[in-house]
Design a protein around this ligand. Structure first.
Ligand code: PLP
Ligand code: ZN
Length: 409
């Protein structure tokens, strides 16, 4: 393959400090919570990647786009991440009066959420660096994902999750063999899982791999592959809108990075509008977008609360890039109630046959709300990301309908 990666340099999003790829930086030396944004050599990439030759590639997982990833695929641990179906909604689209509504079914990833795209890249870097212990702070999905890749690589995974993390996510973690700790929130606006993760990085030298850019820049690049797949699956048609369930803003940032890559390579002419969807009980990023605030004016949500447990990060770690993505594409932010989220869960299941967890269905709830407000053109080409499986939150979902009748046969 010639060169191992096409990374030119890494630049801190807070202080502009620049790093060579050979330095393999993870955190900015200044410890300023900047994300080390990865800059690629697009000239060299365009000598190897063209729309036409992508089509002839047989690889179906995220490594199909190896030149646009920051770690060599020779370090990859592969469980079938990415390559998920893009399903055209028939019944919901018709019901809502939108012709081109597409659902990107990320529930089909190996650990059943889109986080596999991020964690497989982050873990590949850990393999390259010869790390024996990785650590994560997560509401559950990213942790379950990292634990699965760690298990396959024979690396120890330490996970800090909220005290009320879903049973299914904890079961995944335990079965994948992770060392799991549930953490109580003790201070308003502070995420105890993040505090614990940082302390193990400092004390034991563990490799941090949460799905937050400022703590690991490599994993942010994984979700970019959603964008490449979307355009390939739609034969490079113009996409008008992408609805993105948003917590820490890492997925949103990945999508923004992905569309920028394609524009820089000349594969697309214009950006789709990116729409961040957050639950009403944790919507600092959406509020900042709608109130015209700067990222550094965002304060953490003191006590986040929602049925969408994956979207409860009190602080949007990647909100800077996410807000830039929304503003640069003419996108927007929208918040949705738990009731709207649960209705979207039921819609996906009963109208489309897709079983989504509440966090995974928030994008659809946001789309429905914008459509009801008359903000969607009926000819728009709309993508809704369905980011995690309903099997992850069975304890919350089982109460959505009355228990089936028990009969004497
Ligand atoms: C199912 C699901 N969707 C969306 C998100 C939001 O992703 P992010 O934190 O990158 O904004 C998460 C995060 O945990 C999630 O678990
Ligand atoms: Zn810095």
């Amino acid at each position: 393959m010639g060169r191992l990666t096409y990374v030119e340099k890494l630049v801190c999003s807070r202080c502009d400090a620049t790093y060579e790829p050979e330095e393999n930086p993870i955190l900015c030396k200044r410890r300023d919570f900047g994300r080390l944004d990865i800059i690629y050599d697009y000239n060299a990439i365009s000598n190897r990647v063209a729309r036409a030759n992508l089509k002839s590639r047989d690889v179906r997982d995220i490594w199909r786009y190896a030149e646009l990833l920051p770690v060599s695929q020779k370090f990859s641990v592969r469980l079938g991440e990415g390559g998920t179906p893009l399903l055209q909604s028939k019944r919901l689209g018709e019901k809502l009066g939108v012709r081109n509504l597409f659902l990107k079914d990320e529930t089909r990833n190996p650990s059943a959420s889109f986080k596999d795209r991020a964690m497989s890249v982050g873990l590949a870097k850990a393999v390259e660096l010869g790390k024996q212990d990785v650590v994560i702070a997560s509401s559950g999905n990213a942790a379950a994902s990292l634990a699965s890749y760690s298990a396959a690589a024979g690396i120890r995974c330490h996970a800090f999750v909220p005290h009320d993390a879903s049973k299914a996510k904890i079961a995944q973690l335990l079965l994948y063999g992770a060392d799991v700790r549930r953490c109580k929130q003790v201070k308003e606006g502070e995420d105890p899982t993040v505090q614990m993760m940082i302390s193990t990085v400092d004390k034991f030298g563990y490799y941090p791999c949460p799905s937050f850019g400022p703590f690991n820049p490599y994993q942010v690049e994984g979700p970019k592959t959603i964008v490449y797949e979307l355009y390939e699956q739609q034969n490079w048609e113009q996409i008008d809108l992408i609805f993105i369930p948003t917590g820490s803003g890492c997925l949103l940032t990945g999508i923004w990075k992905g569309v920028q890559d394609l524009k820089k390579l000349g594969f697309i002419a214009s950006y789709p509008r990116l729409v961040a969807v957050q639950p009403e009980g944790n919507s600092a990023l959406v509020r900042a977008v709608n109130e015209g605030l700067d990222f550094n004016q965002i304060v953490s949500e003191p006590y986040p609360a929602s049925i969408a447990s994956g979207l409860l990060d009190p602080y949007p770690w990647d909100g800077d890039a996410g807000m830039l993505g929304i503003r640069s594409t003419g996108g927007s932010g929208i918040s949705v109630s738990d009731e709207e989220i649960m209705t979207a869960v039921k819609d996906l299941a009963a109208c489309e046959g897709i079983f989504s967890e509440p966090s995974g269905a928030a994008g659809l709830a946001g789309f429905k709300k914008m459509n009801a407000n008359g903000l969607i053109n009926k000819n728009d080409n709309v993508i809704v990301l369905v980011s995690g499986s309903g099997l992850k939150e069975i304890d919350k979902m089982i109460g959505a309908y009355p228990e089936p009748a028990l009969i004497e046969p």
